[in-house]
Design a binder for this molecule. Structure first.
Ligand code: ATP
Length: 357
């Protein structure tokens, strides 16, 4: 296998008695955009800071472009960082902020030329001489990205850079940043707890939970083939039903007893195993279909979302069963009714359940 451009090997970090990173290994290819996605406190920022050299790992090493950078100080790593809170120099103009990192590296004229190019790339040409204090949040974040990229770092690290922006601006910035990094061929790692942001932007997503990477995969592979029930729950909507394996059929099909009835699914669990069943909402349809799993739960809500509609059903578990459709629903459907729904056995994801019901 080719050596990854960035490689973190077995990184561990404790703060006091708390294990924040529990042996993280991560390989990123040159030019790749990888997101670290996970709930608050799972260790995303700590991992990013270890890559940047701002925090030292207790154990583990970091290699970038064939070089061991584990013990190098941040400014010698050739890594750019963009934080959530912009961290621009308030006394400098927009252009001076972008040119700042070039000082001493290239002649003044060249620094100006490069800074102007990055001003153009982030659509801020008209603001060159303005004080950064007089910019909106979105404009400041553009300047922060341009400043980090102007020195042509080998790697760009971004920690929730758009979380302070409103939704529309955030979506625009996501698309702009992705285009810009692709044009420059820059390798990037992006921290977010927003799954939609990770799905839109990433070549691959590392789903983190309690100091570990549970799965590192493309957005499509993560959505269609989550490796754990945590990844299933954290990426995309899903219905989860608890059950117990009670039998086997030909073709690696297991039979699972649930409180909604018998469900069939591909898998190789032993009889008696406690499992969690997951089904994506767009895989569930109304009615009973030959060869499909069918259950008849009570309809609780119809949520119209324009292009799609969600139908919620009561479940004996904590979360509703959710069906999502882009088709028009029969007008007769109403909350309170018991309605048959079904999905194919092969669309049924099964995971071990640690705590028995
Ligand atoms: P968020 O999305 O909330 O930023 P995160 O996944 O980025 O979360 P980290 O910032 O890496 O999480 O923090 C992981 C854990 O480590 C948290 O419980 C945090 O309180 C703890 N932690 C982080 N930095 C320190 C520190 N310098 N001293 C003590 N504990 C820390």
């Amino acid at each position: 296998m080719i050596e990854p451009f960035l490689e973190v090997r077995n990184a561990r970090k404790n703060f006091g008695f708390t294990t924040v990173l529990d042996g993280v290994t991560l390989g990123v290819a040159r030019g790749e955009f990888v997101s670290l996605l996970g709930p608050s406190g799972c260790g995303k920022t700590t991992l990013l800071r270890i890559i940047a050299g701002l925090t030292g790992a207790d154990v583990g090493d970091v290699r970038l472009d064939k070089q061991d950078i584990t013990r190098l100080p941040p400014h010698k790593r050739d890594v750019g960082v963009v934080f959530q809170n912009y961290a621009l120099f308030p006394h400098l103009s927009v252009l001076e902020n972008i040119a700042f990192g070039l000082k001493g590296r290239v002649a003044k004229d060249e620094a100006n030329r490069i800074a102007n190019r990055f001003l153009d790339l982030v659509h801020m040409r008209d603001f060159a001489d303005r004080s950064v204090r007089a910019l909106s949040g979105g404009q400041q974040q553009r300047v922060a990205v341009a400043r980090a990229l102007a020195v042509a770092p080998k790697l760009l690290l971004l920690d929730e850079p758009f979380s302070a922006l409103d939704r529309k601006l955030r979506e625009t910035m996501q698309i702009e940043l992705k285009r810009l990094l692709r044009e420059l061929g820059t390798t990037a790692i992006f921290v977010t707890h927003d799954q939609d942001e990770a799905l839109v932007m990433s070549d691959r997503i590392a789903v983190m939970n309690q100091g570990r990477i549970e799965q590192l995969d493309t957005p499509q592979a993560l959505y269609h083939g989550p490796a754990t029930s945590f990844a299933l729950q954290f990426v995309g909507l899903s219905t989860r039903i608890y059950g117990k394996v009670i039998g086997h059929q030909d073709g690696n099909i297991i039979q699972i007893e649930t409180r909604h009835g018998l469900v069939r699914a591909p898998g190789s669990f032993a009889n008696g195993s406690q499992v969690i069943i997951g089904v994506r909402p767009e895989r569930i349809s109304l009615g009973v279909h030959d060869g499909h799993n069918s259950i008849t739960p009570q309809l609780t809500d119809i949520v119209f979302q324009g292009a799609r509609v969600q139908v919620h059903f009561a479940s004996t578990e904590d979360e509703p069963i959710i069906l999502e459709s882009s088709a028009r629903l029969p007008a007769s459907l109403a909350p309170g009714e018991a309605v048959s729904i079904s999905w194919a056995p092969e669309d049924t994801l099964v995971f071990p359940r640690e705590t028995p019901a």
